[in-house]
Design a binder for this molecule. Structure first.
Ligand code: NI
Length: 180
């Protein structure tokens, strides 16, 4: 089922989301709905608060571009994007590499705004999956960025919060219009 995507100004986007304590059949269906909604909106990621649920759960899928990462390890072993994507996860814990870079981001909840965001280039993500297992994903490129963007959502943080002061000022008017 395609869900309605919450838009900038909705308080659910500012919540610190609750941990998932139990994976029920309903939650598995919700995971399918998250994927379907992300695909239909042509996004590379979607987090639960973006469909009005304050749960630590999100999906990412960057498999449209195999060149968007330079490496991917799952539990320490080389893996391919195709076998991992779409990746639905709950209760993520992230560790970051020290290097940072800029890349353009947008958000399905912030219509019409894209901007350069500086983030750590590499990430090590410990993720719980809906089959009850826990995996450690190490990667860079767009996948590292998408995971960080979605995990930010679970903490009530939006990419526009991470812009330089000058850039924040330049989009202030647009954001104000969106939140009305
Ligand atoms: Ni977003």
């Amino acid at each position: 089922m395609i869900l309605e995507i919450t838009q900038y100004g909705n308080p659910v986007l500012r919540k610190k989301c609750r941990k998932v304590s139990e994976v029920t059949d309903e939650l598995k269906q919700f995971g399918e709905d998250l994927i379907e909604t992300m695909v239909s909106a042509q996004g590379v990621g979607l987090a639960a608060p973006q469909v009005d649920r304050d749960l630590q759960m999100a999906v990412v899928d960057v498999s449209h571009d195999p060149e968007c990462i330079s490496y991917l390890r799952v539990d320490g072993k080389e893996a391919s994007l195709d076998e991992l994507m779409p990746l639905v996860f709950v209760n993520p814990v992230l560790e970051f590499g020290s290097e940072k870079d800029f890349a353009t981001e947008g958000c399905l909840s912030i219509d019409g705004i894209t901007a350069e965001v500086r983030r750590p280039t590499e990430v090590k993500a410990t993720l719980q999956l809906l089959d009850g297992s826990r995996i450690v994903v190490e990667t860079d490129g767009l996948l590292a960025r998408a995971i960080q963007h979605e995990v930010d959502h679970l903490n009530g943080i939006l990419f526009v919060d991470r812009l330089t002061t000058a850039k924040k000022v330049s989009i202030r008017g647009k954001l104000k219009k969106l939140s009305i």
